[in-house]
Design a protein around this ligand. Structure first.
Ligand code: BES
Ligand code: MN
Ligand code: ZN
Length: 511
């Protein structure tokens, strides 16, 4: 595995730094470059002014220009990156710009990069937050999934990686305040990237038992508790949903229970993440086209594992319990059939109208168990639950449904703060009729339309009187990086790590 770059903050002048490339920035619409860009411009005899005057560079958000310094500065190259318009400039812009600069630098074969902290100067953002976002943007943006790539052969040009990122800040006082933020950003980015690796990994190498071992290893590394319930435990607990969904696979299901205690009297939050290690659809099998993507159907479980890791390392106040119901949804002679009736942990009977609506079956057991066992103050589930949410919101925003508007609002707020954006969709009594069954208490699919709302209506039944929110990440957990689906520049191709930073931010807000 490629080690992530080392990151440091130094106080000084970026134009004096010696690295393979230095990064400076410009707002859109400026006529005369200022700050570090001004110093570079002067040293290079007006090269940046020329770019602007001739219209080669406008300073649009994420626009990047590369200049050679010809020995006029200690570093051989400069990347000038556009910050976009000053109005509306925010931490999202910082993350995007930083991701773009880092990937452009890597594309040029640079190994060491010295950069200004985007937004800390004329951008007038809080210096620590700007540094945090600059680091986050670069580290998330540089991520590539490489687990199964052979190492480059001797005679091949080795793939260049950035090994060293230096944030250079003029003001020594600001630089000192940035150091702690940089450490935190490195931790969050590394956890998010490890979550992405789990989600990208082929299903054959992450069956439920392997995911459970990973969770146990992370618990040890980051300092929280992990308990693994095996098939016999699930049978004893009568988890009909999780057992039913896992019945067709040679890899039996697991329920992983993670726990981190908090401050005395702090709120207890229950997180539940869908962990289908492969979703073939089961007997209601999916079409072949795109089925390979269903290896990402455990992105919810990976997200709660990541959020718990952040919560533990940051020592957050909240008491957090996270559940990972893990199963592989396969067709076979032992699989559940359409028309079968399962009994969920809380006793609710469920008619399986479609074996491909499996996520809600495993979530129902886990939500029921988490409420009974831990009596939390609130419940948040996160799941790649419906293709319909992709139709509704595309790949940029996660859908949230809640029986408590305040909770939905706070999740939206948390998402906006970290650029892991969330949009509210309806949860109310009207939709409960969608999941009524003629033969059992509930049915796992509804009418033809409103698939995401129907799924939420189903899950809400198991939250009972608890404050509860459901995040549907089927649209946002993965990107092909095609035009239109890419707002977040720091999303590399494949798994996005959605939910990790969102839930971590939410947990930071819980008192
Ligand atoms: N894992 C899928 C949802 C999904 C679809 C995730 C596309 C990511 C991308 C889920 O288990 C599923 O199959 N949902 C069905 C529900 C239907 C059978 C009611 C769907 O969305 O089609
Ligand atoms: Mn499915
Ligand atoms: Zn699924």
């Amino acid at each position: 595995m490629v080690a992530p770059p080392t990151v440091s903050v130094v106080s000084g002048d970026v134009t004096k730094a010696k690295a393979d490339v230095i990064v400076v920035n410009l707002f859109q619409g400026v006529k005369k470059p200022g700050g570090a860009a001004g110093v570079v411009d002067a040293a290079l005899g007006g090269a940046i002014s020329d770019l602007l005057r001739l219209g080669d560079f406008k300073g649009k958000r994420k626009e990047a220009g590369v200049l050679m310094t010809n020995g006029k500065l200690p570093s051989p190259r400069v990347i000038v990156v556009g910050l976009g318009k000053q109005k509306g400039f925010d931490l999202d812009a910082v993350r995007e710009v930083s991701a773009r600069a880092a990937t452009v630098a890597r594309g040029r074969g640079c190994k060491t990069l010295a950069t200004v902290v985007h937004g800390a100067g004329i951008g007038r953002l809080d210096p620590a937050e700007a540094a945090y976002a600059t680091v986050e943007g670069a580290l998330l943006g540089l991520y590539r999934y490489r687990e199964y790539k052979s190492p480059p052969k001797d005679d091949d040009e080795p793939e260049k990686e950035i090994t060293d990122i230096r944030l250079v800040e003029q003001d020594a006082g600001k630089a000192r305040r940035m150091a702690k933020a940089v450490k935190e950003a490195e931790n969050v980015a590394s956890i998010t990237n490890d979550v992405r690796t789990l989600v990208n990994r082929p299903s054959m190498d992450k069956p439920p038992q392997a995911m459970a071992s990973t969770a146990v290893a992370w618990a040890k590394k980051y300092g929280f508790r992990a308990t693994v319930l095996e098939k016999a435990d699930l049978q004893r607990l009568k988890m009909g949903g999780l057992l039913g969904v896992g019945a067709g696979s040679v890899h039996p299901p697991r329920l992983v229970v993670l726990e981190k205690r908090g401050k005395k009297k702090a709120k207890k939050v229950l997180l539940v993440g869908k962990g289908i290690t492969f979703d073939s659809g089961g007997i209601s099998i999916k079409p072949a086209q795109g089925m390979d993507q269903m290896r990402h159907d455990m992105a919810g479980a990976a997200a709660v594992l990541g959020a718990m890791s952040v919560a533990a390392t940051e020592g957050l106040d909240a008491h957090v319990v996270a559940l990972m119901p893990l199963a592989e949804n396969m067709p076979s002679g032992s699989a559940i059939r359409p028309g079968d009736v399962l009994r969920s942990y809380d006793g609710t009977t469920i008619e399986v109208a479609n074996t491909d609506a499996e996520g809600r079956l495993v979530l129902a057991d886990a939500i029921g168990y988490g409420i009974k066992e831990f009596d939390p103050d609130l419940v948040i589930d996160i799941a790649t639950l419906t293709g319909a949410v992709k139709v509704a919101l595309g790949a940029i925003m996660t859908g949230v449904f809640a029986n408590d508007d305040k909770l939905a609002k706070r999740l939206i707020e948390a998402g906006a703060a970290v650029g892991d954006d969330v949009w509210q969709l309806p949860y109310n009594k009207e939709y409960a009729s969608h999941v009524k069954s003629d033969v059992a208490d509930l049915r796992n699919t509804g009418v033809n339309w409103g698939g995401s709302v129907t799924a939420a209506a189903f899950l809400g039944h198991f939250a009972k009187k608890k404050k509860w929110a459901h995040l549907d990440i089927a649209g946002t957990c993965w990107t092909e990086r095609t035009t239109g689906d890419l707002k977040q520049e720091w999303h590399a191709k494949g798994a996005t790590g959605v939910g990790v930073r969102l839930l971590a931010q939410y947990l930071r807000m819980v008192k």
